[in-house]
Design a protein around this ligand. Structure first.
Ligand code: SDX
Length: 376
């Protein structure tokens, strides 16, 4: 008999060698390496190589992987005209979903699903999504495009194209650490969406676009923007406790807290907390961090006993704000990072595919007569 788990809670729907999560202990590993080690010592490019090859690269391999990626930063010829047709007041996640999908129209063989083609498409999407996002932001701001600089990492180059000036080493490192921390996370909703789509033998673009649509939701990647909205709504430190307790009393969810898997502190949140604290002090945003910490303390008193702790989105909001990202680019930056995980899972699904097709518990009527219109 099929089992019924609403929201597929606790159901194993695939196996993977990429991320390991222990929700009770608050452990996250990428291919067995603790996330804290990678955040402290690795780079986003090296982490993507690790996720896609299930091992760390040797020096020469990392250099050629990085060079290949950087050679793809430019959007295809003729793509910019599509970008300039986007409404200046559109929400960036809708623009990103639309334009990443449009990349497939510039691919001479968008449906090729052999391993080499999937890897090439993954590199193109990963390399060009930051360019698309930065170009759109410049366009909506009435500023000229800043062309990508292939001498820069993905993190540095994104901030350079966005702001028109190279980031400080501190900001570039902070951006890179955020990308590492957000790269992969088991079978979260958006990764599951990507695997479901490719399981029909569709294509990499369709799988990634489905995942972008999923990540946009406020219960998933959209939560980081929700955290920033909340921080802006709370006027000062003294107002935090009443604000949070009032929301809890109304059974409202506090964005950036809780997790389907973690019933302990999300290890990514721990790393982001220290990053947020340092950046807040460096950029004159100490009050923002203090508000965040106060929210965490009030939530700790109120709901930690229920296993509700900060998740990856809580302190990423303060971090992104201190890096200087506009609020509505927080979730799009999550997309940039998670393309690393999504593409890896698409390739992993294709290596041992089984079409996803769950069933339902039918609760409707049976044996109903068809009633002619004049008798209804
Ligand atoms: C991400 O899956 C992943 O790995 C996702 C992610 C990734 O890297 O891909 O980690 C990224 O999406 C992180 C989550 C970001 N979302 C948010 O911060 C939105 C706020 N969080 C909640 O909506 C919620 O915690 C979820 C959606 C994240 C998880 O929800 P579940 O597992 O469906 O839990 P639930 O809604 O059934 O809540 C269980 C209880 C309820 O109380 P009771 O009705 O049992 O009394 O916990 C309460 C909930 O009310 N609860 C919260 C809460 N989250 C859960 N109460 C207040 N604030 C919250 N944030």
């Amino acid at each position: 008999m099929p089992t019924y788990a609403k929201g597929l809670e606790g159901v194993i729907a695939a196996d993977t060698k990429m991320s390991y999560i222990d929700g009770e202990q608050g452990v996250l590993e990428y291919v067995g390496i603790p996330i804290g080690e990678l955040a402290s010592h690795s780079t986003f490019e090296e982490t993507v190589f690790l996720l896609w090859n299930l091992r760390l690269p040797r020096k020469g391999e990392l250099e050629s992987f990085t060079a290949d990626l950087r050679s793809r930063y430019e959007v295809p010829a003729g793509f910019e005209s599509k970008l300039l047709q986007m409404p200046r007041d559109a929400r960036p996640m809708h623009v990103l979903r639309t334009l990443v999908s449009a990349l497939s129209l510039h691919d001479t063989n968008p449906d090729a699903n052999d391993l080499a083609s999937l890897r090439s498409k993954a590199l193109n999407i990963l390399a060009r999504t930051p360019t698309i996002l930065a170009y759109y932001h410049r366009f909506r701001s009435g500023l000229p495009f800043v062309r990508p600089d292939p001498s820069l990492s993905i993190a540095e180059n994104f901030l350079y194209m966005l702001n028109g000036r190279k980031p400080t080493p501190t900001m570039a490192k902070a951006m890179d650490v955020c990308l590492v921390l957000h790269a992969d996370h088991g079978l979260n909703n958006s990764t599951f969406s990507a695997r479901v789509v490719i399981s029909t033998l569709s294509d990499m673009y369709s799988a990634i676009v489905a995942a972008i649509g999923s990540l946009k939701g406020p219960l998933h990647g959209g939560a980081n923007e929700g955290v920033m909205v909340m921080l802006n709504e709370i006027p000062n430190l003294e107002s935090v406790e009443k604000y949070v307790l009032d929301k809890l009393a109304k059974k409202d969810k506090i964005m950036g807290f809780g997790h389907r898997v973690y019933k302990a502190y999300d290890p990514r949140a721990a790393h982001l907390q220290s990053l947020a604290k340092q950046l807040a002090q460096d950029t004159g945003n100490a009050d923002l961090y203090a508000k965040s910490k106060k929210i965490e303390d009030v939530m700790g008193q109120a709901v930690a006993a229920k296993g509700i702790y900060p998740n990856v989105d809580f302190y990423s909001a303060t971090t992104y704000h201190c890096i200087g990202l506009p609020l509505d680019l927080f979730t799009p930056v999550f997309v940039i990072a998670r393309i690393g995980g999504w593409a890896g899972h698409v390739i992993e699904q294709m290596s041992d595919n089984r079409l996803y097709r769950p069933t339902t518990d039918y609760t409707g009527p049976h044996a109903q007569a068809y009633v002619p219109m004049d008798k209804r």
